[in-house]
Design a protein around this ligand. Structure first.
Ligand SMILES: Cc1cc2nc3c(=O)[nH]c(=O)nc-3n(C[C@H](O)[C@H](O)[C@H](O)COP(=O)(O)OP(=O)(O)OC[C@H]3O[C@@H](n4cnc5c(N)ncnc54)[C@H](O)[C@@H]3O)c2cc1C
Length: 448
């Protein structure tokens, strides 16, 4: 029987990061990764296969990093865990372990809609061969319907649009695309950008049926129907917990593997991280439905470090992510104004608009809209959103650092920023600092 001190199941964002982290913290341990596929796609890059990259082969997580970190690879499916004996059963034989990390990720959620199994209907699977077939199918498609107007649906629609000669429609149940993560004004702006690229959007529209005779022909909505020869389902993901469930590990309220703040499961020799693991919110500690690669890798850095002694704890999920359509980016961290109000916070929200270069006629300049949300009494930042040029993707990470450190508006107003005409907004009107100053003014005015 094979043996390793650390066995990691899963070879994507969480599994790979957990294995590398284990190597960094425990240089003398034997580490084995078990993953079922020979090639692993970069999950976040999947939409870009169809327009920007042109082939799934340009969107792979390379294996060189395994060799570099002394991590052995077993290409096999893990089928069961004997927790008493500490043995993992796989399709390529048994492996005994000291510590096991489950990073089995998630799979596409399938809607309870008649016709989702018709030919031409594609869920988003993280599978290189399947994605290659989808790409071939899209090459001859004329009418494409994307169900789900979250960031993945929008990115798919925009990238398929780049293939040319197609009618593309996004169908979204909520009043706006991206409505689960952005305040309305940002959703409306992004919808305008998407529409300006020739993509139709049907919001507040429920899919009743995907119809066709063997092959999809149309999508029937609560308010009409749309011709379709390919339908993409972008409605979310569910945790892959089959292995954990079979082994009797505790499963939580969101259907994911229960873990504590150290990422330990209900078995002290088994850790879980990534999309398969339950998440708690940074704001109040309740369950969080978010599934993001950035969260998966954070959890993996915690799990990997804690395998032979607790070194790190999870503070909970802030929820930081960005998306872009062309040069137009949208990014969020923490609570939106709407989310904060619904949770009962007394909120001060400030929006600053201005160019991300100075002067604003510098090459590469784009208008940025930065919104920060603060809790009125404490002045602590709860979240932020940024819309504008591609720099928004990094600006939001600075905002996330402020949120994670529970910085007050006063501390953010004292932020020491680096600025440059060709790279950033002006130091006189640096958006994060300006928004904090405006928020302080509003808090003072209310305070009298
Ligand atoms: C189209 C798309 C775009 C996205 N874009 C972004 C983005 O821009 N930013 C962001 O933060 N997040 C994004 N995400 C979310 C992100 O991809 C996930 O959060 C991330 O993939 C989670 O990583 P993971 O390792 O936990 O799980 P997964 O990526 O699902 O990987 C699970 C791994 O486990 C393996 N596995 C499962 N079961 C077994 C078994 N029994 N035996 C052996 N191996 C097994 C799988 O084969 C796979 O290698 C996107 C997701 C999709 C689908």
């Amino acid at each position: 029987m094979k043996r390793a001190d650390v066995v990691v199941v899963g070879g994507s964002a969480a599994g790979l990061t957990a294995a590398i982290t284990a190597r960094r913290h425990y240089p003398n341990k034997e580490i084995l990764m078990v993953r079922k596929e020979s090639q692993v796609p970069i999950p976040c890059g999947i939409p870009y296969i169809f327009g920007t990259l042109g082939t799934p082969q340009k969107n792979l997580i390379g294996d060189a990093v395994l060799d570099k970190n002394g991590i052995e690879l077993l290409t096999a499916e893990a089928t069961d865990i004997d927790r008493e004996e500490k043995v993992l059963h796989t399709t390529e034989g048994d492996v005994s372990y000291e510590r096991l990390v489950i990073a089995t990720g998630s799979r596409a959620a399938m809607p309870p809609i008649p016709g989702f199994d018709l030919d031409g209907v594609y869920a988003i699977l993280k599978d290189v061969e399947y994605l290659g077939k989808l790409q071939q199918r899209l090459e001859t498609a004329k009418d494409v319907v994307v169900i789900g107007g979250g960031f993945i649906g929008i990115e798919f629609a925009d990238e398929i649009n780049k293939m040319g000669d197609k009618t593309i429609t996004i169908v979204e149940l909520l009043p706006h695309c991206l409505a689960l993560a952005y305040d309305e004004e940002f959703c409306i702006e992004m919808e305008k950008v998407v529409a300006s690229r020739g993509i139709s959007i049907r919001t507040s529209s429920k899919v009743k049926e995907i119809a066709g005779d063997g092959q999809v022909e149309k999508v029937i909505l609560s308010d009409g129907e749309i011709k379709a020869d390919v339908v993409i389902l972008g409605i979310g993901a569910v945790a892959n917990v089959d292995l954990a469930k079979k082994a009797g590990l505790r499963i939580g309220l969101t259907g994911s593997i229960t873990v504590d703040r150290t990422m330990q499961t209900s078995d002290s020799n088994i850790y879980a991280c990534g999309d398969c693991a339950e998440k708690i919110s940074f704001f109040g500690g309740g369950p969080s439905p978010l599934k993001l690669a950035s969260i998966a890798t954070l959890e993996a850095r915690i799990a990997g470090a804690n395998l032979f002694g607790i070194r790190r704890e999870n503070v909970g999920t802030i929820g930081v992510w960005s998306t872009s359509v062309g040069d137009h980016a949208l990014a969020t961290a923490g609570l939106t104004e709407d989310m904060a109000r619904k949770r009962g916070y007394d909120v001060v929200a400030v929006t600053i608009k201005g160019p991300n270069r100075h002067p604003g006629v510098m090459p590469g300049a784009a208008m940025h809209q930065t919104k920060l949300v603060f809790e009125r009494n404490s002045g602590v930042i709860l979240g932020g959103q940024v819309m504008g040029g591609t720099a928004a993707g990094e600006v939001i990470n600075a905002i996330s650092a402020c949120v994670q450190n529970r910085m007050t508006a006063e501390q953010i107003a004292m932020f020491q920023t680096g600025t440059h005409p060709a790279l950033t907004s002006s130091p006189i009107a640096y958006p994060i600092v300006n928004a904090a100053e405006m928020a302080i003014k509003q808090m003072r005015e209310r305070g009298g």
